[in-house]
Design a protein around this ligand. Structure first.
Ligand SMILES: Cc1cc2nc3c(=O)[nH]c(=O)nc-3n(C[C@H](O)[C@H](O)[C@H](O)COP(=O)(O)OP(=O)(O)OC[C@H]3O[C@@H](n4cnc5c(N)ncnc54)[C@H](O)[C@@H]3O)c2cc1C
Length: 188
């Protein structure tokens, strides 16, 4: 439940790296096996000295660290709550529009169909509230609790949301949401 957001990010990065490695290996082996004419084998010089065997059953096995529904959920909530923590007190019209679109798109594109279908229903009864940082982070906490309740997870006390989710740890405000403020004041 209390996974550090940075740990979650590193974990996710590791999974993406494994995924890329797995597919690049398969691609290289495919070249080795088929060759330019489709059936004659040919050598890829930089692979000559490696011990990779095209018919190695390990290579046919699924990636050893597939992303689970839980991993995906934790990473997505981390992203959304971190976004909410950095959402400005006085967002621009564009930022309000963007955040609403982002949540709508998430409900259509979320790569867990069961979750996406349920989230669409949640949004129908709880339209995005994004008038300010406080409004958006409280709304998000509420909808996260609706999901928690539906899958039997504990309800999070929303008065503690700012203590749980802080802004990204970044030097010299380099992670602030672009366009929220400028040295000349607010950008509209
Ligand atoms: C949009 C969406 C829809 C989903 N729908 C489904 C679904 O239909 N079925 C399904 O099985 N899974 C669904 N999931 C995944 C599910 O919500 C969890 O992410 C997953 O089960 C892992 O749970 P967890 O216990 O690690 O904590 P998570 O729910 O992932 O929460 C991560 C952390 O956020 C904090 N937290 C918990 N609740 C709140 C809150 N209300 N406000 C602020 N912080 C909070 C806690 O510290 C917790 O450790 C969905 C995820 C998303 C993003």
């Amino acid at each position: 439940m209390s996974e550090n957001p940075v740990q979650a990010l590193f974990h996710h990065f590791e999974q993406v790296t494994n995924f890329v490695q797995h597919h690049v290996s398969n691609f290289i082996i495919h070249i080795q096996l088929s060759g330019p004419s489709g059936n004659a084998s040919f050598e890829v010089p930089f692979l000559k000295a490696t011990s990779v065997q095209p018919r190695d059953p390990v290579l046919k096995a699924k990636s050893s660290t597939p992303v689970t529904k839980e991993d995906l959920g934790r990473s997505t909530w981390t992203f959304l709550h971190t976004l909410a923590a950095q959402y400005p007190d006085n967002p621009t019209r564009q930022q309000k529009k963007d955040v609403k679109e982002l949540v709508q798109i998430l409900s259509r594109m979320y790569p867990c169909k069961e979750c996406a279908d349920h989230f669409k229903e949640v949004l129908r009864s709880n339209p995005v509230q994004a008038g300010s940082h406080a409004e958006f982070s409280q709304w998000l906490c509420h909808v996260h609790n609706v999901v928690n309740r539906s899958i039997g997870k504990p309800i999070f006390p929303c008065e503690r949301v700012d203590a749980r989710w802080g802004k990204l740890d970044c030097e010299q405000n380099a992670c602030e949401i672009i366009g929220s403020t400028s040295i000349f004041g607010k950008i509209w």
